[in-house]
Ligand binder design. Structure first.
Ligand code: C5P
Length: 219
């Protein structure tokens, strides 16, 4: 095994927390590709284009001045000179980002930028939905992080609402299933392939998953 380390998984799989921690512990860089799709949606909205207008969105994304941080401990994201770190996590943005992610021209643009970053910094942990299959299929360490639906739901509820009470779970369930349904149209990202190790984190602590990823990368 070795670097880069490619990690894919659905929301709530623990992929961001695990990826950042692995990068920290191994002294590697870290790239959050989901944040790039979020930035693309933000840029399109800021430019005032309809997210369904694919050519217009593509033009905005191709011209987008996006600076992605690669330090796992400094994740300030800047787009068109603005700090968009908080804005791209807003629930309203989370709801529309998949509209931009289904645009294949947008994907081609962001994939090219991701590959350029990986080529310049191969000592990196890259997380997303299509990293093991499309962006870096030749990465020596490829991991698909999964978790049961109940686990993912509880993690999201705690993250977004700070609670796993029944009302918080119910509200989160609707959001999670809506986003999963939209993301499933973005094709076969989650399909298991040769050389991809699946880790089901449902019954594992974050520390256990981090240790498993480290063992794979260093094995
Ligand atoms: O990982 P995160 O939840 O921030 O990703 C936001 C959205 O970006 C996902 O729901 C998905 O629609 C899209 N995405 C993608 N390909 C990636 C990473 C994210 O399509 N590699």
């Amino acid at each position: 095994a070795g670097y880069p380390i490619a990690i894919d998984g659905p929301s709530g799989s623990g992929k961001s927390t695990v990826s950042r921690q692995v990068a920290r512990e191994l002294g590697l860089r870290y790239l959050d590709t989901g944040a790039m799709y979020r930035a693309a949606a933000w840029a399109a909205q800021r430019a005032g284009v309809e997210l369904t207008d694919e050519p217009a969105v593509t033009a905005v994304v191709r011209a987008m001045k996006l600076e992605m941080p690669l330090d796992p401990d400094q994740q300030v994201i800047s787009c068109e000179g603005e700090d968009i770190t908080a804005a791209i996590r807003a629930p309203e943005l989370s709801r529309v980002v998949s509209q931009v992610a289904v645009n294949l021209e947008v994907r081609a643009e962001l994939i090219a930028r991701q590959r350029a970053i990986i080529a310049a910094h191969p000592d990196i942990v890259v997380e997303g939905r299509d990293i093991t299959s499309v962006v870096a299929p030749d990465a020596p360490t490829k991991i698909l992080l999964t978790a049961s639906e109940a686990t993912r739901l509880a993690r999201r509820a705690r993250e977004v609402r700070g609670s796993v009470a029944p009302a918080a779970l119910a509200a989160t369930r609707a959001e999670v299933s809506e986003r999963d349904a939209k993301d499933s149209t973005v094709a076969s990202f989650l399909e298991d392939r040769d050389g991809v190790v699946t880790i089901d984190s449902s019954q594992m602590s974050i520390a256990d998953v981090v240790a498993a990823v480290r063992a794979l990368a260093q094995g």
